[in-house]
Design a protein around this ligand. Structure first.
Ligand code: KIV
Ligand code: ZN
Length: 497
């Protein structure tokens, strides 16, 4: 079997998604899970972009042993210097440097020309090689770069010492055949290509990221850059779970990865929960409906033999159907074991607290599912918030105006207000705005139920604009009006004043 290296960029390209930012402790939690999952390279951040990213690369480097830790830079010496410093504790380290190579990038972004771009690329790779043995070069927008010129760039950076050459389809533009041909063209025309690994990095703007990645692999790429749940800029990146399961299902391709597929589902849940980024229900491999057979014909077939409609055994990706539901009668051990399956390990003290919250929720809601549990385990993230909801009372109905009365604790002081609105959420948010008297505008508001029952927990995602900046908030409660106010408060707590 040939080997494909998995380069995970959840913590860099994935984390660039507005509203998905993680703090360093959460990033370490994800990085350790990626290590357990078996990824070869973790792109831990873009150190020069912010002190937070710099610090996270340092802490992830300390926390993780086996995977190579990679830091992104532009083809700029200062970026490389900062990346080298951030990687100082990594046991295996890689610098990922690069520059745009397509005509629009060369002309509009750099106001430059093709020859000068090659010079800058070569200089950056040579400079990075002074500090580390493993240097990956990315030709940004390679998807729209003419193959002949791209081959010249790739040949030059390999000569300069690049060990991996990344061919990003930055805009998600390529067709699978076109992207595959690009990789083949490089294999056939670049002198010294055998001295470097070719990497795919595909975006999903036209829904072709995984198809393009597979086409690249089939044509000679041996590293795939992916994210958990396919998260990433705009429509996202190629998803780790799809590429690794395609290669596992299609053994005849003869390429394997180091991914322990039974850890895919827990990792997906962890990333979704920490980033407050729901997974679409029909998402391949990890979506809620990925293994749910609802039509009568399918159910009948699956009951006779699962092979009739299932190409993947859910257990292979870590979905253990017998333990998905917990109830008020479940003990601490059941909760602990379920959390472990989901990739969350808690101290005894934290587990006791989560268990008490679990019992309260189980009183209101018959079946507790994985999303509920993850929400409870992450609930203490609001503990240090300056603004907290103390109480909320709403009256609403048909033919009457809704009225809300809200009590808040702001930095230890009590405030309360009443307001009416065209519905309970409107009334509650108006009361909130009366207390927090700022020019803020609600830009996006989604309510999502997790399972099907009327006793379900509602999750609310919000975007609020304040001072020309967008803030993202999250709330979860069996009462959707309360969840909405929690999400709004979550946004306000993040305001940079
Ligand atoms: O999409 C892209 O081109 C990137 C590079 C920075 C690797 O993310
Ligand atoms: Zn990208």
């Amino acid at each position: 079997m040939d080997r494909l290296f998995i380069f995970d960029t959840t913590l860099r390209d994935g984390e660039q998604v507005p509203g998905c930012q993680l703090n360093t402790i959460e990033k370490i939690q994800v990085a350790k899970q990626l290590e357990a999952l078996g990824v070869d390279v973790i792109e831990a951040g873009f150190p020069i972009s912010s002190p937070g990213d710099f610090h996270s690369v340092i802490e992830i480097s300390k926390a993780v042993t086996w995977p190579t830790i990679c830091a992104l830079t532009r083809a700029v010496q200062k970026d490389i210097d900062v990346a080298v410093e951030a990687l100082q504790f990594a046991k295996r380290k890689r610098i990922h440097t690069g520059i745009g190579t397509s005509d629009p990038h060369i002309k509009y972004k750099f106001n430059s020309n093709r020859e000068e771009i090659i010079e800058r690329a070569v200089a950056a790779v040579k400079y990075a090689r002074r500090f580390v043995d493993d240097v990956e070069f990315y030709a940004e927008d390679a998807g729209r770069t003419e193959n002949e010129y791209l081959a010249r760039v790739v040949e030059a950076v390999i000569k300069a010492g690049a060990t991996v050459v990344n061919i990003p389809d930055t805009t998600g533009y390529c067709l699978p055949a076109e992207y595959g041909e690009k990789i083949k063209y490089l294999c056939d025309h670049v002198e010294g290509i055998e001295n470097a690994i070719i990497s795919t990095h595909c975006h999903n703007d036209l829904g072709m990221a995984t198809a393009n990645t597979m086409s690249g692999i089939l044509n000679g790429a041996r590293q795939a850059e992916v994210t958990i749940n396919g998260i990433g800029e705009r429509a996202g990146n190629t998803s780790l779970e799809e590429v690794s399961m395609i290669l596992k299902c299609h053994k005849h391709i003869g390429i394997e990865t180091n991914i322990n597929t039974s850890k895919i589902y827990p990792t997906s849940r962890m990333v979704s929960s920490l980033m407050n980024m729901p997974v679409q229900p029909n998402k391949a491999i990890v979506g809620r409906n990925a293994f749910a057979h609802s039509s009568g014909i399918h159910q009948d077939g699956v009951l006779k033999n699962v092979q009739t409609y299932e190409i993947i055994d859910p257990h292979d990706v870590g979905i253990d159907d017998n333990s998905i539901v917990l109830t008020a009668r479940s003990g601490r051990a059941a909760l602990k074991s379920r959390l472990k399956v989901l990739g969350v390990e808690l101290s005894q003290e934290k587990l006791d607290k989560v268990y008490q919250d679990f019992l309260k929720l189980a009183d209101k809601k018959k079946d507790i599912n994985d999303d509920d549990i993850l929400m409870l385990a992450g609930a203490d993230r609001t503990e240090n918030h300056r603004i907290k909801m103390e109480y909320l009372q709403v009256t609403s109905g048909v033919g009457v105006k809704s009225v809300a009365s809200l009590g808040l604790n702001i930095a230890g002081e009590h405030f309360e207000e009443c307001a009416s609105g065209n519905g309970p959420v409107d009334a509650a948010i108006k009361a909130l705005k009366k207390i927090v008297n700022r020019q803020m505008t609600l830009k996006e508001f989604t309510i999502q139920a997790i399972s099907k029952g009327s006793d379900d927990v509602g999750k609310v995602h919000m975007q609020v604009e304040y001072n020309h900046q967008m803030y993202y908030g999250f709330g979860a409660n069996t009462d959707i009006v309360a969840a909405s106010v929690e999400a709004y408060i979550d946004c306000i707590n993040k305001f940079k004043i």
